[in-house]
Design a protein around this ligand. Sequence first.
Ligand code: ADP
Ligand code: MG
Length: 339
Amino acid sequence: MRLIETEGLTKVYQREGRWFPSANDAMPVVDRVSLHVDKGETLGLVGESGSGKSTLARLLLGLETATEGHLLFGGEDVTRWGFKRLRTIRSRMQMVFQNSYSSFDPLFTVERIVGEPLSSYGGMAALERRRVILESLDMVGLEAPYAKRYPHELSGGQLQRVNIARALVLQPELLICDEPFSSLDFKLRRQILTLLEELKVRFGLSYLYITHDLSSVSRFCDRVAVMYKGQIVETLPAARIAEEAIHPYTRSLLDAVPVQDPRLRRSRTGRPFGEPALSQGERVTQGCRFCSRCPAAMPVCFTVEPVLETKRPSHQAACHFYANEAEGKASQTFQIVKE
Ligand SMILES: Nc1ncnc2c1ncn2[C@@H]1O[C@H](COP(=O)(O)OP(=O)(O)O)[C@@H](O)[C@H]1O
Ligand SMILES: [Mg+2]
């Protein structure tokens, strides 16, 4: 069952105060994105910094309004709902933010931080409120005495647990985790991932897990969506990403993960995979957004924008190179750079 779904969701930011607006100024940050998260599912959203992942997350949460397209929650079109009406569904999805320490008020106790979302929904007696907060802390493995502490008294891992407790306090159905580990070391990442997995089983939660850490995706996610310059360029089952990903951008992300087939590292152009061929300031305005960086680019890639097509069951990619290939054998075909 679909929990949340987007259809052609688009966000364009108008830059103000520019004397000479250029075509680049109107480039959508989120560009015709159609994806969904099912109930109980974990969708990974990966892509380099600036690809529009956080903006997409804010659109899903109703913190930004879409320029075009539709957002459905529980099958209902909520795209044009006003801020007040959106509150009714906002409690059903919560965000776990990127940087723990800076997202907390240093003068607030853990109890007050975790209870914050409750305040905006009101109507809870003090005793009940305290019970709910302690329950949330317990879910993330923090005992009652932590409620009285301040952020500076906690470690990075504990802060991230507080972050998750705050997101859980309204008993949401969907947690959007935006790069939840960017400030944590490897061991803590594993611990928090395990915690998120437990919570998923216990409460039937769904996750949108935003990251650039591809190695955690195959372990933690059911499906993965790869975003490049505002567009989804590939979606596939997360467990098979290393073997079956075909989009050259996804392959380049995989290349950045250590222990990869070295034959995939360089294209025949001699350019390291994924390095821009354009100089700074230049931008592709037609065709495939990735063509200037793509070792497999063909003439058609510079003129015709590829659309997401089903390449296999549960596997979509937007790439001309694989348009006619029933079976994308990425590891072999990548050596071929068509002139
Ligand atoms: N409020 C805003 N106004 C104008 N541009 C924005 C705004 N928010 C984000 N952007 C731009 O949108 C692009 C995508 O940003 P973001 O969604 O944060 O990407 P990611 O999370 O993938 O790093 C960036 O180029 C960023 O500069
Ligand atoms: Mg971001």
